[in-house]
Design a binder for this molecule. Structure first.
Ligand SMILES: [Ca+2]
Length: 495
């Protein structure tokens, strides 16, 4: 254990003792003497996968059916300038749980095998030693559930872990108490395989007990069980869905689209009536592949199925009378890909433009946040961990560098955002936002944009604003130097 982790553990142990004694005293005194002290909030974080900026009813879509997310938004605040730290899955999810830039926590690229992109199917023995199997979030990183667990929370994760599948990387080794889901970055929704490799786990063990059942339904089942078991005590429920991400199947007729149950596809008859497969190319050969209509159909239907699962969770919070004191956060791990709609933003998943990194986000916390609000404040997923620590009453572990801010003042009372800068890098692509200005340099386009007047990043102002352009590059350069000087973390850097 390094100094940071040790300090963190010691600090948090004190909090655990304090909270445990508090709850013990409450039980002894029949709770009556504790009514003046508010219990710590429950926490529910729901993450969707590749959902577009506009792919919610409450974010302007008149196509997708998301009644429960819309209900969540009516009870809380919609964040319209909320960013993730990376334009694709793994590093975005790593930042959520560490509160640190990908370049600081070490997971600054995908933990996945690239060969299936070209049609390769791994043999089991070969898969066992591939990077997708052996890579993971550096074990010196302290994750949110470990911090909350030390404060008396019970932590459950049901869905896409995406931070390593070796035992030392699995959720139960990182602070979670209960895990059902898959460890890598994408699966077939029904077989639970990733390009032929079985991927579902319960706690530390691979499982095929539910093979054939649609995975969103399984994650809902597990979340409901968790809530029924733990609703009477402080809990952290992490629900990282894989919907509406494309299925990780080698079958050309499946690959390239999400997957959804028939009952949900029937809710989009205008798409279902169109041809579902068209002649195309896959792995260098002619093949029947999903049509644009099928890609959109599976995508929308998988969102609506996920929305129903979210509705089941919200219903349970209501039934147990704990919604008032539960922080529910929802956001997409990156911009829409495949069948997604990111309008009016430019670009998509994987890009440095807003369509890659600005995502729909909702926060509901009736005890503090007024219902039905909307905020255009500049905020990011890096704010989530420090905000939650502050709400729980936990100090930031001594010696731990976080990259975000407590955003509760912004959400609860409309204070101006403490964030003025954000940086992104994916291989050679880079971007920085400072106040309303954004500079992008990437293989898919370059430019300087004023987001206050040009949310679609259509007008490159590099020539009109040379001094600002230089300043933005300097900001990026200073951030890059700071990241280079961080203590190195695996799995991409030596340590
Ligand atoms: Ca994603």
């Amino acid at each position: 254990m390094n100094a940071t982790a040790m300090t963190s553990s010691r600090l948090a142990s004190g909090c655990r003792l304090g909270l445990s004694m508090f709850w013990a005293l409450c039980l002894i005194s029949g709770l009556s003497s504790c009514v003046t002290r508010q219990p710590p909030p429950n926490i529910v974080i729901i993450v969707s996968d590749d959902q577009g900026y506009r792919d919610l009813g409450c974010f302007g879509s008149d196509e997708v059916k998301t009644p429960h997310l819309d209900r969540l938004a009516r009870g809380g605040v919609r964040l319209t300038s909320f960013y993730v730290s990376w334009p694709a899955c793994t590093p975005s999810r790593g930042s959520l749980l560490t509160g640190r830039y990908p370049q600081r926590n070490g997971v600054y690229d995908m933990i996945r095998n690239e060969a299936p992109d070209y049609g390769k199917r791994y043999e089991p023995a070969e898969y066992e030693v591939s990077f997708e199997r052996i890579g993971g979030m550096d074990t010196r990183e302290v994750l949110l559930p470990a911090m909350l667990g030390e404060a008396g929370y019970v932590n459950g994760i049901f869905g896409k872990w995406d931070l390593g599948s070796l035992r030392r990387y699995l959720p139960l080794a990182r602070g979670f108490d209960d895990f059902y889901g898959f460890c890598n970055t994408g699966i077939d929704y029904f077989t639970h395989q990733r390009y032929g490799a079985s991927s579902m786990y319960r706690d530390h063990q691979p499982t095929s007990e539910d093979q054939g059942t649609y995975c969103t339904t399984l994650f809902e089942r597990e979340a409901v069980r968790f809530l029924e078991r733990h609703h009477h005590r402080p809990f952290f429920l992490y629900l990282p869905f894989n919907a509406p991400h494309g299925a990780s199947s080698l079958d050309p007729a499946i690959r390239g689209a999400a997957q959804a149950p028939d009952a949900y596809k029937a809710m989009y008859p205008q798409l279902q009536q169109q041809p579902q497969l068209v002649s195309g190319t896959r792995y260098g050969k002619t093949a029947m592949v999903p049509s644009p209509a099928k890609r959109r159909l599976e995508y929308l239907a998988s969102i609506t199925c996920m929305d129903a699962a979210i509705g089941a969770v919200l219903d349970l919070l209501d039934q147990h009378g704990i919604a008032e004191n539960t922080i529910v956060m929802f956001f997409s791990d990156n911009g829409g890909g495949g069948g997604g709609d990111n309008s009016p933003l430019r670009g998509r998943k994987g890009r440095m433009f807003e369509g890659g990194v600005r995502v729909p986000c909702i926060v509901r916390y009736p005890r503090k946040i007024p219902a039905g609000g909307e905020s255009d404040a500049f905020l990011t997923s890096l704010e989530i961990l420090p905000t939650l620590l502050a709400e729980v009453g936990l100090p930031i572990p001594s010696g731990l560098t976080l990259d975000g801010y407590d955003m509760m003042g912004v959400l609860a009372s409309g204070e101006s955002s403490p964030r003025t800068q954000m940086f992104w890098q994916r291989k050679n692509d880079r971007a920085v936002r400072v106040d309303d200005w954004k500079w992008v340099e990437s293989g898919h386009g370059t430019g300087l944009f004023n987001l206050a007047t040009d949310i679609g990043e259509k007008t490159d102002l590099s020539r009109n604003q040379p001094a600002r352009l230089t300043e933005m590059k300097q900001h990026f350069s200073r951030w890059r130097t700071a990241m280079d000087n961080c203590p190195p973390r695996g799995p991409f850097r030596d340590y």
